[in-house]
Design a protein around this ligand. Structure first.
Ligand code: PLP
Length: 409
């Protein structure tokens, strides 16, 4: 057959600067290796189900019971009873003055992050995003025409954001600040004082607060989660959360975004958000039937994070093993599902951390994510999930240790 003179089909220029390395080129290589029959230990994605973390039975039950009535589209913001449950949940957590109309349900927090930024940003507007960050935030700012400006989280201070660095990076183009607490990838859980400092900066500079709190129930030791919006009743805050992590149903794609604080001055922005919510018609309806059950029901995540619980034991094991590798240090994660260790460049110099994780994959069949994938500026970190059983973590981290010991780039 003769080749037609096909015109090149190219990606949009809007994608320049958009990058999501958690599912990037190294994962493509891992898939290729799996196709060839290799078994890869995937420590790259915070997806509880494949590691044997099952959803609470009542969630599955209520989704199944709700299925017959979930066949049609629903209101673009979501089912009333699910949004009511979100409001009540946050009232109990100190966020007052919110209404069912302030809640938007989405196909995971991911969709709502993109919507919130697309409704907000004009070309060149700046958004303060942590470094390291959950990279969807940086990518979504860029996709929306904005400029991500990274503020430093300080490894020497339990990975807390550096308030002076944030203050120094605020300009007259800064529109919003993103705060991820508990943090992915560092596992840091921020103190009330620190959060008050962030709120104070947002207040003084008129910034919109974007609080990603999807790990708010995955806390270890004595860590306490303070909802950022509860400290800022006088500021417009968007709080993001969902069922993917604490309720272990990432595949159902169910999350929410809740507006709180004064809204009159933001009526135009909220209208934009409504347009985008309407354009995607509505979120997956069956999964919305689990939201009230999840928030109001038995919080089985607690059994996993308390002493003796599986997640807690795995966090402990991962920390112990990582910090016993010569040249590796790690701030002990106090929340979430990850560790973000540092490799001392004096012990193991790495020029290109994507190559480092690719070489680890090729040699050890273990998949982790390079620190630069989280917009960390120097090639000396990687992220590992703490989801596997302790025996698997033991095997994987011991092999990572040996790999680092002999690795030369
Ligand atoms: N925010 C953070 C900090 C995350 O770590 C993730 C997923 O890993 C998400 C948002 C996306 O979650 P969802 O499954 O609700 O889209």
């Amino acid at each position: 057959m003769q080749e037609l003179p096909y015109r090149q089909i190219r990606q949009s220029a809007k994608l320049s600067g958009v990058c999501y390395d958690i599912r990037g080129p190294v994962l493509d290589e891992a898939k290729r290796m799996e196709d060839e029959g290799h078994r890869i230990l995937k420590l790259n994605i915070g997806n509880p189900a494949p590691f044997g973390f099952e959803a609470p039975g009542e969630i599955l039950h209520d989704i199944i019971m709700g299925l017959p009535s979930a066949q049609g589209y629903c209101d673009s913001k979501g089912l009333f009873h699910a949004r009511r449950a979100v409001v009540q949940h946050y009232q109990e957590r100190g966020i007052h003055g919110v209404d069912v109309e302030d809640v938007y349900l989405g196909n995971g927090v991911s969709e709502l992050i993109v919507m919130s930024l697309q409704a907000l940003l004009d070309d060149g507007d700046q958004v303060l995003v942590p470094a390291p960050d959950y990279p969807l935030w940086t990518a979504a700012v860029s996709l929306s025409g904005g400029t991500p400006v990274h503020y430093l989280c300080d490894e020497g201070a339990d990975w807390f954001p550096d308030l002076d660095d944030i203050a120094a990076k605020i300009t007259d183009r800064t529109r919003a600040i993103v705060v991820i607490n508990p943090n992915n990838p560092t596992g840091s859980v921020y103190s009330r004082e620190l959060l008050e400092g962030i709120v104070d900066l947002a207040r003084r500079h008129g910034l919109l607060i974007l609080a990603d709190e999807i790990y708010d129930k995955i806390l270890y030791d004595d860590a306490e989660h303070v909802p950022l919006a509860s400290l800022a009743p006088d500021l417009l805050c968007l709080t993001f959360n969902g069922l993917s992590k604490a309720y272990r149903v990432a595949g159902f794609r169910s999350g929410w975004l809740m507006l709180s604080g004064p809204k009159t001055h933001a009526a135009n922005y909220i209208e934009g958000l409504n347009i985008l919510a309407n354009m995607r018609l509505c979120a997956n309806v069956p999964a919305q039937h689990a939201i009230a059950t999840a928030l109001g029901g038995h919080q089985s995540i607690r059994e996993l994070i308390l002493p003796g619980g599986r997640l807690r034991a795995q966090r402990d094991k991962a920390y112990e093993l990582l910090t016993s590798i010569p040249g590796v240090t790690c701030v002990k994660p106090r929340g979430a599902l990850y560790a973000f260790p540092r490799i001392d460049p004096e012990v193991c110099p790495i020029a290109d951390d994507e190559k480092f994780v690719l070489d680890l994959l090729l040699q050890e069949r273990i998949l982790v994510v390079q620190g630069s994938g989280f917009n960390w500026p120097t090639p000396d970190h990687f992220r590992i999930v703490t989801l596997p059983h302790v025996d698997d973590l033991d095997d994987a981290i011991t092999r990572i240790g040996k790999f680092i010991g002999s690795y030369r780039q």
